[in-house]
Design a protein around this ligand. Structure first.
Ligand code: PMP
Ligand code: GLN
Length: 385
């Protein structure tokens, strides 16, 4: 091991390794069934691989245009128009990113200056606060109520001030599986009216919304769309989290700022994967069928936990199921998740990891984006507790 003589004044003194990496490693070390980090354990469609491999063989292996290949931007524009009735210009209002994480980081870096405040909702996805703090911004915490995880717009109103530069929302929500309703977006629009607040909307689970409910996209809300950057990820939609391809939508003036940073952050994104996805996504049934596909997995996993001592919270969207474990153990959730992984053989995420103050409601998160055999094997272990 090399010693460094540099004294580091860390920009992120509180940050360690992400909980997803920690729990997936622990699952591997303990030989546990991994329902912690959110990724499918089944294969994506081979026609997606065929389209991507064909692009490689046809020599499409050099830098694509900075904003993404035109084929993909135009397929995204068509999808968004069909789903949300919103017309985004493929040249000036859509940018392909290296996944949603980069999109979120780049949007924050483009709009948030040192000292600016960004309102976020807790429990909060783990990449948001480090991104804000890396650029010198300040995270301001709004609470999602427990256990229904609804925003309190009165509280948000009280948090908005002259330093507020951005409000970051996420629906369907990770880790809670809650959704924002049309009325929530109306309230957010009213609160931000006549301000210069940018609304960054993380919609990576846009196609995984259950029980016949419509996803409420910022793209479909004209007033919010005018101040919005909407983020999505093909990793979630096409079962390819490792490809790291996503996109952002936004009004041309906002997108121009986004691209100023994007071009020096990643410049651009893997060409053949973009072309493969562009061809694949032209069949809309592939994203439109996702809700029914994951509704089946949600039902299957929930039925596996029937008769267990876990108390399941509602899951209205995403591929995560929260569960209270108070009837099984008094341990704090991080310790419980470790015990569950190494002693019971099923890895989960402790939800306190999504709270800056470590608030612990004794809830863990399971990912049900898994084959039935995986969910059945986990269910057997979880019912035995
Ligand atoms: N936002 C949320 C809410 C997520 O759950 C994830 C990944 N699971 C991301 C962003 C990051 O997506 P990507 O893998 O495309 O970077
Ligand atoms: N977003 C995924 C999850 O919630 C994990 C992504 C990651 O590991 N950074 O589990």
């Amino acid at each position: 091991m090399r010693q460094s003589s540099v004294v580091i004044d860390s920009k992120l003194p509180q940050v360690g390794t992400t909980i997803f990496t920690v729990m997936s490693k622990l699952a591997a070390d303990c030989g546990a069934i991994n329902l912690s980090q959110g990724f499918p354990d089944f294969q994506a469609d081979s026609s997606l691989f065929d389209a991507t491999a064909r692009a490689m063989r046809e020599g499409r292996n050099q830098y694509p245009p900075m904003a993404g290949v035109p084929e993909l931007r135009s397929a995204i524009a068509d999808k968004v128009a069909a789903l949300y009735g919103a017309s985004y210009d493929a040249d000036s209002e859509i940018t392909v990113t290296a996944g949603a994480t980069q999109a979120i980081f780049t949007a924050i870096a483009a709009f948030v200056r040192a000292g600016d405040e960004v309102i976020i909702f807790e429990p909060v996805y783990d990449s948001y606060v480090p991104a804000i703090e890396t650029v010198g911004g300040k995270a301001v915490y709004a609470a999602l109520g427990f256990p229904d995880y609804r925003p309190d717009w009165q509280q948000v109103r009280s948090l908005i001030g002259p330093q507020t530069r951005m409000i970051l929302i996420n629906s369907p929500h990770n880790p809670t599986g809650s959704l924002l309703a049309a009325d929530d977006l109306d309230q957010l629009a009213a609160l931000t009216r006549d301000t210069d607040i940018v609304v960054l909307s993380d919609e990576v689970y846009e196609h995984i919304v259950f029980d016949g409910v419509q996803h409420q996209s910022v793209a479909a809300h004209p007033e919010l769309a005018a101040r919005g950057i909407v983020v999505s990820s093909f990793g979630k939609t096409y079962h390819i989290t490792g490809w790291k391809v996503g996109y952002v939508l936004g009004a041309a003036a906002l997108m121009a700022e986004f691209r100023k940073v994007h071009q020096f952050n990643v410049f651009t994104v893997n060409t053949p994967c973009q072309l493969g996805i562009a061809e694949y996504m032209c069949d809309a049934s592939r994203h439109l069928g996702l809700a029914a596909f994951y509704a089946g997995k949600r039902e299957y996993f929930r039925s596996q936990l029937q008769g267990s001592r876990f108390e399941l919270l509602p899951c209205r969207g995403s591929y995560f199921q929260l569960a209270r474990y108070g009837a099984i153990s008094d341990l704090p959730d991080r310790e419980f998740a470790r015990w569950l992984t190494c002693e019971a053989g099923v890895a989960a995420i402790p939800v306190s990891a999504f709270h800056h103050d470590g608030r612990d409601e004794r809830v863990v998160r399971f990912c049900f984006a898994k084959q039935e055999a995986t969910l059945a094997a986990a269910g057997e272990r979880l019912r035995a507790l």
